[in-house]
Design a protein around this ligand. Structure first.
Ligand code: B1M
Length: 591
C-alpha cells in the first residue's frame, strides 16, 4: 500500500492527551534489527539509517536510548548468551541477557565498592545530531527511566526478591542510586529541542500481576517517576510508561506519577476494552496487537483484521495508538510488520466509522486469566495454616519449633512433613494464585521450607531417607533465556517433595534427551516464554520419541504463552498455568 508520509508529532501529542488527531498514530517504541533491515532492504546501521527507517515506516518520531552506552547497564560478567531460533531471517539471532541467580550487588560491601557510572561521563552527542537531522514534523522519543529492572539485574532476580523482604534498605539504596543516575541523564537529554517525549520501559509485572508488592513500588520507585513526570509536564513533552504484564493494581498510581500513556497492554494479561473503560479518559493506550500469536504466528490478513478491530473498539474518542504488545521482535515476519503499518493508515482516519465484523481474518482476542479466590481447607490434624504463616514470614526458628512440638506430640517427622509442611506450601501457592502474596513471599516461603527440612535432615534420615515423590528434570527450551518462572517451579516442586534436576536455560532437545537417559526422571518439565521458542517443546518430544524414551517419562510443558490446546497438540502429558499448578500436575501424573 502506498502511504503518504507526513510526520507530525502534534498528532502523537494529541493522542497522548486522549483526544482525536487526524488519524491514529503508530506507537511502537522498539523494532529489532532484522525487521528494520528487511523493511529498508539494506542494513540499518548509522543514526541517519535509523531515522530513515522510522520515517519511511510512517512514524511521527524516532526512538532512541540516551547514549551509545546506557547510563545503567547490566554489569560486565553478569550476562549469558543464547541463540534466538526460528526467525524468518535465516541466520540465528544471538542475544545476551542478565543472569538471575547471583548479581554483582548482593551486599552492602559490594554496593559501597561498586564503581557507579556517572551521568557526566556519558556520550550524549547523538542528541545534537538528532537536533540537526530529524525531518520536518518528526521528534525524538527518549527511552529512559527504568529503575526497577536495572535494580534486579544488578542484584540478580532471586537476591533482589529476597532482599526486598530481608534487607529492604539495601534495595532502597540501590534503587535510589540508579534513580539518581537516570534522573540526571534524563535532565540532560530533555534539554534538547528534538525531544518530544520520554518512554520509560520498566517491566514491573507479568501475566497475572505485579512481580512484587505495590507497597515497595509506591515507596521507592514511583517517587522517581513522579519527579520525571513533573519535568515532562512542565516542558510540554510526553511521558509514557511501558510495562509488560498485568498492571491493574497500579494504574491509578501511574496517572498520579504524571504519565500520559500506558503501553503495551498485553492481551493475555489485561483486557484493553476494560482498561479503556476504567482509565481511557486519563491515560492514552498504546498497544495490544498480539505478539504471542497474531503478529508472530498469524498471516498479514490476520494482522490487518486485528488492527481493524482494535481501531474500531478503542480509537473512537481518541487516546489510542496502534502498536505490538511488546515490540517488533526478530521473530515477527516482515510481511506482518508491514501489515500492521499499512492497516493503521488504512483504518485509522478520524472520525472512525468501522463496522463490527467489517473485515475477515483470524485474530486472537484477550484471554486474561481469572484469579482464583480462597484457599483449600484440608484437615490434616496439624496446623498447616500456622506453618504457612511462619514460612511466608521466613520465621525459620518458629517453623522448626512448631515441627519439634509436633514430633514431641507423637507425630513422626515424616508425617509432620506430609501433614504440616507440604499442605502449608500448598496454601502458600494458593495465596500466590489469589494475588494475596507476590513472587518474593512465595520464593522466601519455599526457601524457608527447605531450611526447615535441612534442620531435621538427620531425624528424617533416621526413619529411612525421606521418600522423594519422584524425579523431575526441568529446563527452559533452546533460544529462551527466561527463567524466573522456571526457578519458581523448581522451588515449589522441591518444597512438595520432588527431586529436581535443573538443566537451566536455552536447553537443546538433545540435552533434554541426554538428561532423561542419565537421570531416569519420572517427569520431564519443559518451559518457554517466547512464542518462537515454544516449537522447541515439540522438537524435544519428537527427539524423545526418536530415542525410544517417550514412554518412559511423562512430559509437562509450561510458561506464559503455553495453552492446554498447544500442549495437547504437541503430545505433552499436560500443562500448568503457574508454579503451584505445575507441582499439582506432577503429583497427579504420578498417581
Ligand atoms: Co521477556 N518477554 N523478552 N524478558 N519478558 C516476555 C516473556 C513477553 C511476554 C513480554 C510481552 O510480550 N509483553 C515477551 C514474549 C512474547 C512472546 O513471544 N509470546 C517477551 C519478549 C518479546 C522478550 C524478548 C524477545 C525482548 C526483545 O529482545 N525484543 C527477549 C528474549 C530473550 C530470550 O529469551 N531469548 C526478552 C528478554 C527478557 C529479559 C531478559 C529482559 C527478562 C528475562 C529475565 C529472566 O527470566 N532471566 C524478561 C522478562 C522479565 C519478561 C517479563 C516482563 C516477565 C517474565 C517473568 O519473569 N515473569 C515477560 C512479560 C510477561 O510475562 N507478561 C516477558 C515472572 C514469572 C514468575 O512468571 O515466567 O510467566 P512466568 O512464570 C509463571 C508461569 O508462566 C508458570 O509459573 C510461573 C508463576 O508461578 N511457569 C510454568 C513458568 N514456567 C513454567 C513451566 C512449567 C509450568 C509452569 O512446566 C514446565
Amino acid at each position: 500500500m502506498k502511504r503518504e508520509l507526513k510526520p507530525n508529532f502534534e498528532r502523537y501529542m494529541t493522542a497522548l492527551h486522549c483526544e482525536e488527531p487526524d488519524r491514529v498514530p503508530l506507537g511502537d517504541w522498539h523494532v529489532d534489527q532484522r525487521p528494520k533491515d528487511a523493511f529498508m532492504g539494506r542494513p540499518v546501521k548509522t543514526l541517519q539509517d535509523h531515522v530513515d527507517f522510522w520515517y519511511n515506516a510512517g512514524f511521527d518520531y524516532v526512538t532512541s536510548s540516551s547514549g551509545i552506552l546506557e547510563p545503567v547497564r547490566v554489569p560486565e560478567g553478569m550476562t549469558v548468551r543464547g541463540e534466538g531460533v526460528h526467525t524468518e531471517y535465516g541466520d540465528k539471532v544471538s542475544r545476551e541477557w542478565a543472569q538471575t541467580h547471583e548479581g554483582v550487588l548482593t551486599s552492602w560491601e559490594k554496593y559501597e565498592n561498586y564503581k557507579w557510572p556517572k551521568a557526566d561521563d556519558l556520550d550524549l552527542s547523538k542528541w545534537d545530531t538528532f537536533d540537526k537531522i530529524l525531518p520536518k514534523g518528526m521528534k525524538a522519543i527518549l527511552l529512559l527511566g527504568k529503575i526497577y529492572t536495572p535494580a534486579w539485574m544488578y542484584m540478580g532476580a532471586e537476591t533482589f526478591f529476597s532482599a526486598l523482604e530481608q534487607d529492604e534498605e539495601l534495595v532502597a539504596a540501590i534503587i535510589n542510586r540508579i534513580g539518581e543516575i537516570q534522573y540526571q541523564t534524563f535532565m540532560r537529554v530533555t534539554e534538547h529541542p528534538c525531544v518530544g517525549a520520554v518512554i520509560n520501559p520498566d517491566d514491573i509485572a507479568f501475566n497475572t500481576g505485579l512481580l512484587v508488592n505495590p507497597k515497595y513500588l509506591r515507596k521507592y520507585l514511583f517517587p522517581w517517576y513522579k519527579k520525571m513526570g513533573k519535568v515532562c509536564r512542565e516542558k510540554g513533552i510526553g511521558f509514557i510508561f511501558h510495562s509488560d504484564g498485568d498492571c491493574t493494581e497500579i494504574m491509578d498510581d501511574l496517572i498520579d506519577c504524571g504519565f500520559h500513556a500506558f503501553n503495551p497492554i498485553q492481551p493475555n494479561a489485561m483486557n484493553i476494552v476494560e482498561v479503556k473503560k476504567k482509565w481511557g479518559k486519563k491515560l492514552c493506550l498504546i498497544g495490544n496487537l498480539n505478539l504471542d500469536s497474531t503478529l508472530t504466528l498469524g498471516t498479514p490478513e490476520d494482522v490487518r483484521a486485528e488492527v481493524y478491530e482494535r481501531i474500531r473498539t478503542i480509537a473512537p474518542g481518541g487516546g489510542y495508538m496502534v502498536s505490538s504488545s511488546n515490540s517488533i521482535t526478530d521473530y515477527v515476519p516482515a510481511a506482518n510488520m508491514r501489515a500492521l503499518l499499512d492497516a493503521t493508515y488504512e483504518f485509522g482516519q478520524y472520525p472512525i466509522r468501522l463496522e463490527e465484523g467489517g473485515i475477515q481474518g483470524k485474530f486472537w482476542t484477550s484471554q486474561t486469566k481469572v484469579r482464583k479466590t480462597g484457599t483449600t481447607k484440608v484437615d490434616t490434624g496439624l496446623d498447616a495454616e500456622a506453618y504457612a504463616e511462619a514460612l511466608i514470614a521466613n520465621d525459620i526458628p518458629k517453623t522448626i519449633s512448631m515441627m519439634q512440638q509436633d514430633i514431641d506430640g507423637g507425630t513422626t517427622p515424616q508425617n509432620v512433613v506430609s501433614r504440616g509442611l507440604i499442605p502449608a506450601i500448598t496454601i502458600v501457592g494458593e495465596q500466590f494464585q489469589n494475588g494475596q502474596i507476590y513472587i518474593p513471599e512465595m520464593m522466601i516461603a519455599a526457601r524457608a521450607m527447605s531450611a526447615t527440612l535441612d534442620h531435621f535432615k538427620q531425624k528424617l534420615a533416621g526413619q529411612g531417607e525421606a521418600k522423594k515423590l519422584g524425579t523431575v528434570v526441568i529446563g527452559t527450551v533452546q533460544g529462551d533465556l527466561h527463567d524466573i518462572g522456571k526457578n519458581l517451579v523448581v522451588m515449589i516442586l522441591k518444597g512438595q517433595g520432588f527431586q529436581v534436576e535443573d538443566l537451566g536455560v536455552s536447553v537443546s532437545a538433545a540435552k533434554f534427551v541426554q538428561a532423561v537417559k542419565e537421570k531416569k526422571p519420572e517427569i520431564l518439565a519443559i518451559g518457554a516464554l517466547l512464542t518462537t521458542t515454544m516449537i522447541e517443546m515439540k522438537n524435544t518430544i519428537e527427539a524423545l520419541k526418536a530415542a525410544g524414551l517417550r514412554e518412559q517419562v511423562k512430559v509437562i510443558v509450561g510458561g506464559a504463552p503455553v495453552t492446554p490446546a498447544f500442549a495437547a497438540q504437541i503430545g505433552a502429558d499436560g500443562t500448568a498455568y503457574d508454579a503451584p499448578g505445575a507441582a499439582k500436575l506432577c503429583k497427579e501424573l504420578l498417581q
